[in-house]
Design a protein around this ligand. Structure first.
Ligand code: G6P
Ligand code: MG
Length: 230
């Protein structure tokens, strides 16, 4: 490959929970509340495997880890209860809750002529963006309501690329979930992981915090790597 990422990347797809806003933490707290009177308690490690996964699939993973069996209607009730608690915890969110550095980064991307899209597995993601007054920042919006398959399936990112009218190879994904990084690779996209290298080592670049997001830094990182590889 002899083009630079600056020339190749024309759009950036943002995961929501744990990238735009710290809702990943509220998902975790709501699942913990749901399992509070079970003998099994979700650990932060187990929570990593829930990131990027739909509500029902997350419950299935938790039931499996807990060794608990539930009927389909009980599962539906448990998901509804978890979502009710989750919605209560996020109902007062405003633009001030955007994770550090995200809004300036989106501004940098837009000034550089890039498009931006949302690519989230959450059925609450568009609602949260609206609550925060951020919807209009995005050229394309894809959330859990548009999906039939969870990350690591690339469906979410392929739809987001389509919404921006860009080819997948021109898109960069910003993600905090290992399954999201896998989904980005499966979509033929580059990725920046937000969080710990331990979980996100498959990303092209890992940053410990959104506060470090910078378009010029990302471009020089990829440029340097391409020079080293050639
Ligand atoms: C994202 C989060 C998951 C969450 C899923 C479904 O992928 O990373 O933790 O379970 O969305 O969210 P929802 O708001 O639809 O329950
Ligand atoms: Mg996430």
């Amino acid at each position: 490959m002899n083009k630079t990422i600056g020339l190749e990347i024309k759009g950036c797809i943002f995961d929501m929970d744990g990238v735009i806003v710290d809702t990943a933490h509220y998902h975790y707290l709501s699942w913990r509340k749901l399992t509070a009177d079970w003998s099994y308690q979700i650990t932060p490690e187990a929570n990593e495997s829930l990131k990027g996964v739909s509500r029902m699939e997350s419950l299935e993973i938790i039931l499996e880890l807990a060794g608990v069996t539930k009927s389909d209607s009980e599962k539906a009730d448990l998901c509804a209860k978890k979502n009710e608690w989750y919605r209560e915890s996020i109902c007062a969110m405003t633009a001030d809750d955007t994770l550090p550095g995200v809004l300036p980064f989106i501004e940098q991307l837009k000034s550089a002529g890039l498009k931006v899209a949302l690519g989230s597995a959450s059925k609450n993601a568009k609602h949260i963006l609206a609550l925060m007054g951020l919807t209009d920042l995005f050229d394309g919006l894809v959330d859990g309501n548009d999906l039939t398959r969870s990350k690591p399936d690339p469906q979410v990112f392929l739809l987001a690329a389509e919404a921006m009218e860009l080819s997948p190879s021109h898109c960069l994904v910003i993600e905090d979930a290992a399954k999201g990084i896998e989904a980005a690779s499966a979509a033929g996209m580059r990725s920046v992981g937000i969080g710990e290298v331990e979980y996100l080592h498959a990303a092209d670049l890992v940053l410990p915090s959104t506060a470090l997001l910078s378009w010029s830094m990302i471009q020089s990182h990829f440029l340097k790597n391409e020079r080293t590889a050639s």
